[in-house]
Design a protein around this ligand. Structure first.
Ligand code: NAP
Length: 326
């Protein structure tokens, strides 16, 4: 595993994090608690020390499972525990709310569910334009002073929104989507964060499984699985994304003796991203991790990857469908 130092986080940070949205079950067709706990333990065994969760993932379920798994595993002081605030729910309808009252409620609930008395990284999940961003930043500064959080971050924020946030307090990280198929941050967020020294924890490393190499044309998604409505998983686009995966896999094999999953995660790290968030909910899904750490992509390799993407993805679409309403 490769580790990095991030300004504001007082521990070495693994460059791959375990994302636990699917472990919460909601929008992923359900969850299995025992399998989830074993997945978290498998990630820690392999050297991952960043666990990312959120209250909204399964409406508390993901945080509870993470809390249980970490308690059983031990070694909390070596773990970078990251959760979020700023989404509220009613039944299964969610909306943004970064008000002081909401944050105060969420922090207490998260600490309890995660069975800890501090969080290493506390992120505002989605920008809520009804609350001045600098006020939200100020509230997180107070949580820091109270010892409840060690560092403040945001997620899905634009450079303009981060600029305002910074007027109210320190900003350690931003968490936007980023993978071979979803690259819009290259235009603005990525250069802005690099210039300002704001760490990037990017999500969707495998583009919801598309880049795993295990996605089959006849895969059926159960229940509330978001891939039933994800535009990338609808024909005729689905076919073109799968074709791109086949060609990227062929390239990974020929150039590095690797597979598409290794290439997809390595590419993110070699774009200068600090931490790539990989979602998994079965212990074996983490098995490919070590083979991501022993190679890297040159500028020439990246150009070849771009050619393949340009040739096969003729009608690209982003992850905007996931944005929750105000
Ligand atoms: P992802 O890494 O793009 O995809 C995860 C899915 O890929 C898994 O649930 C699994 O799906 C499949 N997968 C993983 N490893 C595999 C393997 N070895 N072989 C075959 N399939 C594999 O993850 P994501 O969950 O969308 O994003 C990662 C994390 O980022 C989330 O868990 C969450 O922590 C964070 N996130 C944050 C935001 C935000 O707004 N801040 C938004 C999205 C995600 P199956 O088990 O169904 O096959």
């Amino acid at each position: 595993m490769q580790y990095t130092k991030i300004f504001g986080i007082d521990k070495e940070v693994s460059r791959v994090a375990l994302g636990t949205w699917a472990i919460g079950g909601w929008m992923w067709g359900g969850t299995d608690e025992d399998l989830s706990v074993r997945t978290i333990h498998a990630a820690l065994d392999k050297g991952i020390n960043v666990i990312d969760t959120a209250p909204v993932y399964g409406f508390g379920r993901s945080e509870k499972i993470v809390g249980k798994a970490l308690k059983e595993y031990g070694g909390r002081e070596g773990i970078v525990l990251a959760t979020k605030a700023g989404l509220e729910w009613n039944e299964d309808k969610i909306r943004r709310n970064s008000s002081r009252e909401r944050i105060r409620k969420e922090i207490e609930d998260s600490l309890q569910r995660l069975k800890t008395d501090y969080l290493d990284l506390y992120q505002i999940h989605w920008p809520d334009s009804r609350v001045p961003f600098e006020d939200t930043a100020g509230e997180l500064e107070k949580l820091k002073a109270e010892g409840k959080i060690r560092a403040a971050g945001v997620s899905n924020f634009s450079p303009e929104q981060m600029e305002v946030f910074l007027k109210g307090g320190e900003l350690v990280s931003n968490q936007p989507p980023y993978n071979l198929f979803e690259r819009s941050i290259e235009e603005d967020v990525l250069p802005y964060c690099q210039k300002k020294g704001i760490a990037l924890f990017t999500y969707g490393a495998l583009c919801r499984g598309l880049l795993s190499g295990g996605m089959k044309r006849d895969r059926r998604f159960e229940g509330d699985d978001l891939r039933r409505i994800d535009p990338k998983f609808q024909e005729p686009r689905f076919e073109s994304y799968l074709k791109a995966v086949e060609h990227l896999d062929e390239y990974a094999r020929e150039a590095f003796g690797k597979r598409i999953l290794h290439l997809a995660v390595r590419w993110i790290l070699d774009q200068g991203i600090d931490v790539a968030l990989w979602g998994a909910r079965q212990p074996e899904q983490i098995d490919p991790l070590p083979a991501i750490m022993d190679f890297c992509l040159s500028d020439d390799d990246k150009k070849k990857v771009d050619w393949i993407l340009q040739e096969w993805i003729t009608d690209p679409v982003g992850p905007e469908f996931m944005a929750p309403p105000l």
